[in-house]
Design a protein around this ligand. Structure first.
Ligand code: BMA
Length: 840
C-alpha cells in the first residue's frame, strides 16, 4: 500500500499532507484550511472546492522483490472521479468513474528509488458543464442541489459516475468530493496471477451443493502444472496447461450434506472457504482464498388471486424480509471506520432486521459492509447507483456503466448476503413513460422525440445492459430493473402505484402528501420497499451543529439542516395532529422522536399483519450521512432515535399487533416469522392510568408458525362503561412456556388527548449498567438519557403501574452490544415534555 501522500489545489504552489484513502474536503479539514463542513451553514461557504482541480502525489521506492518481479501493477481500488495518473511523469491512466477499479502494468515505468506518482483530479463540475451544453437540454435530476453549488439550475450530477448524493439530497448536503477514496497498491507477480475466484452456486439443496469455481488466471507464458481446489476437507486436482494472457477455468465441485447459510432468525451463517492453488513440482506458485456461504436466493413472482407475489425465498423457505434503507454513513465515506459499520449492522440485528437495502443514490458499499452482513445474516437488496434522475445514453457513458457494473458484480458476488440486484431507485415510476399524467411531471418538459430518446436510453441501461451483466456474472441472483415497479410490461401496467398488487411499492403519501398515519393501514402492497417519516436528531446531536441561539425549530441553522423543503413545518403539523404541545425546544425534539416512532410502527405492523399478501417491509431510512433532521432511525453519530427502539419491538419474530382503526372494535393480531407454532395464552387487560383494572380476559392461543392472524377482537362497549376513552389503556400479553413473549399497549385516543397523571418513577441501580424502573401510575414514553454514548435495551417505552422494567445500557462489543457502565441516567416521561397550560 502506498503511503505518505500530499495534496494541493492545482494552481497552488505548496503541498499539504494528505490522507489516502480520503478526499479533498477531509484533507482540507485536517489541514485546518476549512472549518467543520457540518457545522451551522458552513456547507454553503465551501462550494468553491468542487470548481477547482486538485493534485495528490507521493514518492515511493521499490523493495527488492518488486524490482525483480516480472510484472508490477499499480492498482487503484477507487478514484473519485476524473483523474489523470502520472508515474515518473508518464501519463499511465485516465479514470472517469468513481465506482471502477483500475489496474495498470507499470513495469516499464518504475525504478528502484524515488518513483513519483501524481494523480490529477479535474473538477467534476468543470468537466461536466460542457456535456450539459452539448446535450442541449437538462435531464431531470430531482435531488441535485445545483443552486447551493452556485450553478443555478445546471444539474450536472447525471453525467458523472460518482455517488449521486455528493450533489445533495433531501437529507444530505452538497459536497462534491474529489480524491483517492480506496486504497492504492503495487502488486507484483511472476508466472501466474489469479485475478478472480467466483464460487458460482449452481444447485444447492440440503443433500448436496453443486458449485463451480470460476477462476481467472493470468499467465506470463505458457504454463503447465497442477490446479488444486479445496474446501472443507474436499480437494480436487487437475493438470492444466495455461496459455499466455488471461485464462478462464471452470471447476465443478460437489459438497455432500452442506451446511447452508441462513439469514438472521432462520439458522446459522455458515461459511465455506475455497482455496485455489497453482502448483508446479509440488511448489505453490500462487493461491487465492475466498469465503462464501451456500444458499439459494430467489425472488418469487407468481400470479395469485390478489395480483402477483413478490417475496424472497432463501433455501426454499419463503421469508418475510424486515429492514431499512441504507444510505452512506458519511458525506465523506472514507471517514467511516470499521466500528461505525459494525455499529450499524449490529443495530440492524438488535432491531431484529434481516435485510438492508443499499439504496441507489449512494455508493456500492465497501467490502466490510457486505462481510458484516454475511456474518450477521442480513440480506442485502443492492441497487445500482442510479436514483431519481434520467441519465445520458451515449456510447461512452454506457461503456463506463458497463465496466462499473462488471467490476461491482464481480466484487460482490461471493457474498451470500446478496439477495437482489436492482437497476435504480424510483426512475421507472418518476418518469412513468406509459402514463401521461403519472410520475413526477418530468416528461412534460420534453418533446415527443426527446421523450422517446430519453426513455430508450433508460431502457438501454436498465432493461438491457445491467440485466445482461448480472445474468452473465451472477446468474444466481435476481435482477429487478427499478424500485418500485410492477413488472416489465411495456405498457401502463409497468409503473408502480400506491395501490399496486404486483411488484414493490414506495409509499410516500404519508409525509410527502401529508396524509394521516392511518393511511398506512390501507396502503399495503406485496412488498413495501420504502415509506418514512422524519424526526430531528437528539439534543446532543443538534448541538453539534447549532449554536445555542439557534436552538429553535424554525431557526436558520435548523432549517439548513433540513433538506426536504418544508420538512420542519411538516413535522410540526403532524405533531399538532397527534401529540401534546411540547414545553420547549428539547421537548420538541423528544416529541418529534415519539411522533416518528409511532407513525412508522403503525406502518410496519400493518405490513406485517398482511403477511403473506405483503412479504417485506423496508422503512426509509436506517442512517444519516451528517447530523440532520431526516427519516433515519439512527442519527449520524449512531445514536438510536425512538424509532429504532420501536422497530426493535415491531420487528421481533413473534409479536402482537393491535389494530385500533375501528373505533368500536380492537383487533389483536399475532404475527410470527418463526417456523415454530405458537401455543400460549393471550392475556388482555384494560386499566385506568393509575392501575385500576376495568376489564380482563384470557384466551388460549394456538397459531401455526410463519403466519399472521387476527386472534381476538374486543368490542369497546363491552368494557368501557362509565370510563372515558382518554383515561384508559389496553394491555395485551402473549404468554407461552418461554414466558412473556410480547406485550403491547393500546390507547383509544391520540396521545395529545390522553389525560396523563403525574407519575413518580423510581429508578433502582441493579449493577453498573442495569437499572430497574417502576412507576405508581402510567408513565408514557419514558425517555432515558445518558451523557455517555450507548444504546439502552429499551427506551421511549410506556411504563405501566405495577410493572417493573429492567433496562441495560450497552455499547458495541466484539460481535454484539455489551453492557456498559452508566453514571448519568436521566429519566423523564411525556408529561415532563408537555407545555403546562395545554395539559388537559
Ligand atoms: C425516496 C428515496 C430517496 C429520498 C426519500 C425521501 O424517494 O428513494 O430518494 O431521500 O424517498 O424523500
Amino acid at each position: 500500500m502506498l503511503t505518505d501522500w500530499k495534496f494541493k489545489m492545482s494552481e497552488d504552489k505548496y503541498w499539504l499532507p494528505a490522507h489516502v484513502p480520503g478526499c479533498v474536503h477531509t484533507d482540507l479539514i485536517k489541514s485546518g484550511k476549512i472549518e467543520d463542513p457540518f457545522y451551522g451553514k458552513n456547507e454553503l461557504g465551501i462550494q468553491w472546492i468542487d470548481k477547482k482541480d486538485w493534485e495528490y502525489a507521493t514518492t515511493f521506492d521499490l523493495d527488492q522483490q518488486l524490482v525483480k518481479a516480472q510484472h508490477v501493477e499499480l492498482e487503484f481500488a477507487g478514484l473519485d472521479t476524473y483523474a489523470d495518473v502520472y508515474l515518473n511523469n508518464e501519463h499511465i491512466l485516465s479514470a472517469d468513474n468513481m465506482f471502477r477499479t483500475w489496474k495498470v502494468d507499470v513495469k516499464q515505468y518504475v525504478k528502484e528509488r524515488e518513483n513519483q506518482l501524481r494523480v490529477y483530479f479535474r473538477s467534476p463540475i468543470k468537466e461536466d458543464l460542457p456535456k450539459l451544453e452539448q446535450l442541449g437540454y437538462q435531464l431531470p435530476a430531482a435531488n441535485d442541489h445545483s443552486e447551493d453549488g452556485e450553478l443555478g439550475d445546471k444539474r450536472v450530477s447525471i453525467f458523472a459516475r460518482k455517488a449521486p448524493y455528493h450533489y445533495g439530497w433531501d437529507w444530505g448536503p452538497r459536497f462534491v468530493t474529489s480524491g483517492i477514496w480506496k486504497e492504492v497498491k503495487l502488486v507484483a507477480w511472476e508466472e501466474l496471477n489469479i485475478t478472480d475466484l467466483y464460487i458460482r452456486q449452481d444447485d444447492i439443496s440440503k443433500s448436496a451443493a453443486h458449485v463451480t469455481a470460476m477462476v481467472d488466471v493470468e499467465a506470463s507464458d505458457l504454463w503447465e502444472g497442477t490446479l488444486k481446489l479445496a474446501t472443507d476437507g474436499i480437494s480436487i486436482e487437475q493438470n492444466v496447461t495455461l496459455h499466455k494472457g488471461l485464462n478462464q477455468l471452470e471447476i465443478p465441485i460437489t459438497i455432500e450434506n452442506p451446511k447452508l447459510w441462513w439469514s438472521r432468525g432462520l439458522g446459522e451463517q455458515h461459511f465455506y472457504f475455497f482455496t485455489i492453488l497453482c502448483e508446479q513440482n509440488e511448489k505453490v506458485v500462487t493461491e487465492k482464498i475466498v469465503r462464501t456461504g451456500l444458499r439459494t436466493i430467489n425472488v418469487i413472482r407468481e400470479n395469485d388471486v390478489s395480483g402477483q407475489s413478490f417475496y424472497f425465498e432463501l433455501n426454499g423457505v419463503p421469508i418475510f424480509t424486515k429492514g431499512a434503507n441504507h444510505i452512506p454513513n458519511d458525506s465523506f465515506v472514507t471517514e467511516v471506520t470499521y466500528d461505525r459499520y459494525k455499529h450499524e449492522i449490529v443495530s440492524a440485528i438488535e432491531a431484529n432486521m434481516n435485510m438492508l437495502r443499499v439504496w441507489g443514490g449512494g455508493i456500492y458499499e465497501y467490502d466490510v459492509f457486505y462481510e458484516l452482513c454475511d456474518e450477521h445474516g442480513i440480506l442485502v437488496w443492492q441497487d445500482f447507483m442510479f436514483a431519481c434522475s434520467m441519465y445520458p445514453g451515449d456510447a461512452e457513458f454506457l461503456a463506463s456503466v458497463k465496466a462499473e457494473a462488471i467490476d461491482t458484480v464481480k466484487r460482490l458476488r461471493n457474498h451470500p448476503c446478496m439477495a437482489i440486484w436492482c437497476g435504480n431507485n424510483e426512475i421507472d415510476s418518476a418518469w412513468a413513460h406509459y402514463v401521461e399524467d403519472a410520475g413526477w411531471g418530468w416528461k412534460q418538459d420534453f418533446t415527443n422525440e426527446q421523450r422517446e430518446k430519453i426513455w430508450s436510453d433508460y431502457e438501454a441501461i436498465f432493461h438491457q445492459l445491467l440485466p445482461s451483466v448480472v445474468e452473465s456474472l451472477a446468474p444466481d441472483v435476481f435482477y429487478w430493473p427499478s424500485s418500485p415497479m410492477q413488472a416489465i410490461t411495456n405498457n401502463e401496467d409497468q409503473h408502480a402505484t400506491t395501490t399496486s398488487t404486483k411488484g414493490d411499492i414506495h409509499y410516500w403519501e404519508v409525509w410527502h402528501m401529508q396524509k394521516p398515519f392511518s393511511e398506512y393501514n390501507t396502503h399495503v402492497g406485496r412488498y413495501m420497499s420504502e415509506y418514512g417519516f422524519q424526526s430531528f436528531p437528539e439534543l446532543k446531536t443538534v448541538k453539534s451543529y447549532a449554536p445555542d441561539n439557534q436552538l429553535a425549530w424554525e431557526s436558520d441553522v435548523m432549517l439548513h439542516h433540513q433538506k426536504n423543503g418544508d420538512g420542519n413545518y411538516l413535522i410540526k403539523q403532524y405533531m399538532d395532529m397527534y401529540l401534546p404541545e411540547p414545553n420547549d425546544f428539547p421537548s420538541f425534539l423528544y416529541m418529534s422522536h415519539v411522533l416518528q416512532a409511532e407513525g412508522i410502527k403503525s406502518a410496519i405492523e400493518a405490513h406485517r399483519r398482511h403477511k403473506p399478501f405483503c412479504m417485506g417491509t423496508l422503512y426509509w431510512q436506517m442512517n444519516d450521512c451528517w447530523p440532520v433532521a431526516s427519516w433515519s432511525s439512527m442519527d449520524y453519530y449512531g445514536r438510536w432515535k425512538a424509532l429504532h427502539y420501536f422497530v426493535k419491538k415491531s420487528f421481533k419474530d413473534v409479536v402482537l399487533s393491535i389494530d385500533g382503526m375501528d373505533e368500536e372494535k380492537v383487533h389483536i393480531h399475532l404475527i410470527s416469522d418463526s417456523m415454530e407454532d405458537v401455543v400460549g395464552t393471550l392475556e388482555l387487560q384494560v386499566m385506568t392510568f393509575d392501575g385500576e383494572s376495568i376489564f380482563s380476559t384470557t384466551k388460549t392461543v394456538k397459531v401455526k408458525g410463519d403466519t399472521a392472524q387476527n386472534i381476538y377482537s374486543v368490542t369497546v362497549n363491552d368494557f368501557i362503561q362509565e370510563h372515558e376513552r382518554n383515561r384508559i389503556v389496553l394491555v395485551a400479553k402473549l404468554v407461552t412456556d418461554k414466558g412473556i413473549v410480547d406485550a403491547k399497549e393500546h390507547y383509544f385516543v391520540p396521545s395529545k388527548d390522553l389525560q396523563l397523571v403525574e407519575p413518580e418513577i423510581k429508578v433502582k441501580r441493579l449493577n453498573d449498567s442495569e437499572f430497574s424502573l417502576t412507576s405508581n401510575v402510567l408513565a408514557k414514553n419514558v425517555y432515558l438519557e445518558a451523557a455517555e454514548e450507548g444504546v439502552f435495551t429499551d427506551n421511549y417505552f410506556d411504563l405501566l403501574p405495577g410493572e417493573t422494567k429492567i433496562v441495560t445500557f450497552t455499547e458495541i462489543g466484539k460481535q454484539s452490544f455489551v453492557p456498559k457502565r452508566l453514571d448519568t441516567l436521566h429519566v423523564s416521561s411525556m408529561l415532563d415534555h408537555i407545555k403546562l397550560n395545554t395539559t388537559r
